[in-house]
Design a protein around this ligand. Structure first.
Ligand code: ADP
Length: 473
């Protein structure tokens, strides 16, 4: 089984969120199960690329409308990530430092997809499966089945995984000329709501789409930023497969970023040492419970609720609780949180920005992580937290619903609430703060959390089953 994964992100080359984590781990576990899984990314001018050696394996050319471009494909020489990593470079279009945020994002990702297909056609390479991730690679299933130019790839099954259905890769029909000659009678497959919608095209044209949790698959039919009817109609083509975590990267016994290593037996002392360092760094009080948030400061994550949640919790539990937030996003939220840092000095720490090492230190040192998400396709933060013995306090949505069991049940190990609203989150955090004083129970629950298995082995096997069912068709 030879699978090519196409994505905008892949840890540790380029990561902005969960997509990067998944594409950096799933292929590794697929390879361990006997498949050959490779990752194809746009070239980025970033640390990993500068510090590793690559060989040029292909040179070709393509066309983005009237604009002719030359491209080349690099392969990381050592396979140190556990899979073959390819980077496609189109000087001037793909050799960027950031992953997202450029005004010509359409040109960036359309040219990436075209260069990949040109590479396949011009080199005669024929994978068994092409696996696309999110809208950045969503045109590929359409192009493979409807563009004359890529006829030779037509029989290759395409899979599309939806990590986040909120972003869909929209662009106007005025840019249809970017695509090579297509069967015009099929051009409607590109359309949703009067514009070209890359994610909608992927769902319509791929052989099978997957979502990163079963609950998210159900939710897309009634909440998917305009694609609800599409998901309802294509439901039979969808499979929900919960994400795993890379237990080698996220391992409190070996994690190079954290202050003290620990396992389920040494969780109390281990977490205490990590918490001590973190409290010192952010001038917080070691004796109080430490509640944290890590993530993008956007509405999807319920981050607009954070200022009110922090203010309320820090006021009601004055000098009895610590809050720490790591994230960046909407400027208003950043500003409101910054103001609270002054008001709740000594109780509330804040780091605006993206910092991978700090995220690890926080998972290791925190007691609770709050996730008031409105939309959470899978959510990885709660899985990393569980692995580090940090209790998730989550809104019951998407993957959070599938992975967190409330401590009100016998087998529980987390705290859930039923609405992305300040009052619900504050009430749930009240339960967390009360639990913190029950030292013995807290310790038992930490052990339970750390013994859970969210590794990729099971989920990778589900992807393999899916690939096998498609290649047999
Ligand atoms: P998303 O919707 O953002 O992809 P996920 O829960 O699937 O959310 O994945 C988030 C990933 O990004 C986790 O690995 C988390 O630790 C990381 N992350 C998010 N924000 C930051 C940040 N500001 N600094 C470091 N890591 C971050």
């Amino acid at each position: 089984m030879n699978v090519f994964h196409l994505s905008a992100e892949c840890y540790p080359v380029a990561k902005a969120g969960g997509l990067g984590d998944v594409v950096g781990a799933l292929p590794k576990y697929l390879c361990r199960s006997g498949a050959k899984a490779s990752v194809v990314l746009p070239y980025y001018d970033r640390k990993f690329v500068r510090e590793n050696t690559f060989e040029k394996v292909f040179e070709g050319s393509g066309k983005l409308g009237h604009r002719r471009f030359d491209f080349y494909v690099l392969r990381e020489e050592t396979n140190k990530l556990g899979f073959e990593l390819y980077l496609i470079n189109i000087p001037g279009l793909l050799d960027r430092q950031e992953i997202y945020g450029y005004p010509d994002e359409t040109e960036q990702f359309v040219s990436f997809q075209l260069a990949f297909l040109e590479w396949m056609v011009q080199s005669g390479e024929e994978p068994d499966i092409i696996h696309c991730h999110d809208h950045h690679t969503g045109l590929i299933p359409f192009l493979v089945s409807n563009s004359y130019r890529y006829n030779s790839l037509k029989g290759i099954p395409t899979v599309c995984t939806i990590h986040n259905g909120e972003y869909q890769g929209w662009f106007g029909w005025d840019k249809i000329s970017y695509l090579p000659e297509i069967d015009l009678s099929r051009s409607g497959l590109l359309d949703w709501g009067g514009c070209i919608n890359s994610l909608a095209a992927a769902v319509k044209c791929c052989w099978n789409f997957t979502t990163v949790s079963p609950s998210y698959l159900e939710e897309l039919s009634y909440r998917s930023n305009g694609l609800e009817n599409l998901f309802r109609m294509e439901r039979q083509k969808g499979t929900g497969i919960i994400n795993g975590i890379d237990t080698e990267v996220w391992d409190p016994q070996k994690d190079p970023f954290i202050t003290a290593h620990y396992n389920a037996d040494t969780v109390t002392e281990g977490k205490q040492a990590n918490k001590k360092a973190l409290c010192k760094e952010f001038k917080l009080k070691l004796k109080n419970p430490l509640i944290v948030f890590i993530g993008r400061l956007v509405g999807e994550k319920g981050a607009d609720l954070l200022p009110a949640i922090v203010d309320r919790v820090c006021s009601v539990y004055k000098d009895r609780v610590n809050f720490l937030i790591l994230g960046s996003g909407e400027p208003e939220i950043e500003l409101e949180l910054s103001a609270l840092q002054v008001k709740h000095q000594g109780q509330f720490g804040l780091f605006i920005g993206y910092d991978e090492a700090l995220a690890h230190r926080i998972y290791a040192g925190a007691d609770f992580i709050i996730m008031p998400s409105r939309v959470e396709p899978c959510g990885l933060n709660q899985l990393y937290s569980l692995r580090y013995g940090t209790m998730p306090v989550v809104n019951s949505t998407g993957g959070l619903k599938d992975t967190v069991v409330d401590i009100l049940t016998d087998e529980g190990y987390g705290i859930r609430f039923n609405q992305a609203a300040t009052v619900d989150a504050v009430e749930a955090l009240g339960r967390a703060i009360a639990l913190f004083s029950e030292t013995k129970r807290m310790k038992e629950l930490q052990k339970r959390m750390m013994s859970l298995d969210f590794s990729w082995d099971r989920s990778a096997a589900e992807y393999l089953d899916l690939y096998n069912s498609l290649t047999k068709r």
